[in-house]
Ligand binder design. Sequence first.
Ligand code: AMP
Ligand code: MG
Length: 413
Amino acid sequence: MDGYDPNALRVEKACEAIRACLKPIEGIEKVATRSALGRILAEDIVPAIDVPAHDNSAMDGYALRAADLAASGDTTLKEAGTALAGKAFGGTMGAGECVRVMTGAVMPKGADLVVIQEIVKASEGKVVIPAGQKKGQNVRYAGEDLKTGVPVLRAGHALRPADIGLIASLGIAEVMVKRRLRVAFFSTGDELASIGSPLGEGQVYDSNRYTLHGMLTRMGVEILDMGVVKDDPARLEAALRTAAANADVIITSGGVSVGEADFIKAMMAKLGEVLFWKIAMRPGRPMAFGRIGAHGNAAYLFGLPGNPVAVMVTFYQFVRDALQYLSGRTGDYSQPLLQVPSAAALRKVPGRTEYQRGILFNEGGWKVRLTGQQGSGVLRSMSEANCFIVLEHDRANIAAGEPVSVQLFEGLT
Ligand code: AMP
Ligand code: MG
């Protein structure tokens, strides 16, 4: 790798390095269409029918032939019958005739436009059509949504609600998807207390496992929660072996900072290949990445820092992308960076990428401001935020009103 320096690795370099090591999982399974939300397609979806299957009316009104319309002024036609959604007009529509149609009704043979009911005068079987109607108006054509034989979704696509509906519109009840990625995770630290028990002298509650559980649940992976592991080489090794034997990916928090990393380095070297990085970012500087094996299985390891905000930042900037790639997702699923003016001046030191916690708000236009304290242990800053303010590697201090990159926490689908 060009410019690879494990002691001041740029965020983009770390992303590239991780990506270069990953190989997507191969297992696939069949699931009911309704249960496929968030799953990664393992097959192309190719329509066996047109959607809609027939030309049909887009409105309530009258179907008729453009050729029957007078060159100018009103046209009077004879009403020959009715077509409802799901109940076609059985007869034939002769010259000078029209058929009453409801939205979704199959177009009567010969009809090539629909006039909405609001503008016609109908009485005693006669229908008066005003001038100004055009051939093809208010008609939905067979195959205008989906066409037989033309693939609509490709293998590698992550299914969203619209896709689930689309697959259903083809009458497909089951789809082949990638199996779920298995992710094992645990917290490390002698100071960690479990929630629901009293807090001892010098202890902190283990919150990282809960934020990780939440982030992993949202990603739809299979979760293996291995609890808290003490800062003890033998226990850590045992936990890593169990995780490597049972999961595709292992995520740990804590224990990768300078003071702690040494004994872990030695122990991990026995299990596989793990790199200890200092990434030029804030928060989230120390991080380990590698691959370890046990009992004939191997798993990727992400050793995230212990600070609660750093865990979330490194998860979103490195792990999220890796999990999606490993799950078999293809295409571009990077998070967009929007340019939004900063409501106030921001301090920034060039030479590292910063992920400040921001609130995007609308006050005569969208702007972004910081949540309060930005310390990497201040989890409230993530809870209050609705976005990251991403201050790129080379940027220096930002003046009020200057645009900054914003990465949204929530998406619509
Ligand atoms: P470490 O990376 O292990 O040196 O931890 C850095 C900081 O994060 C320390 O203040 C730890 O107490 C804190 N920390 C580590 N793990 C957790 C956890 N699971 N939940 C909450 N805080 C943690
Ligand atoms: Mg620790």
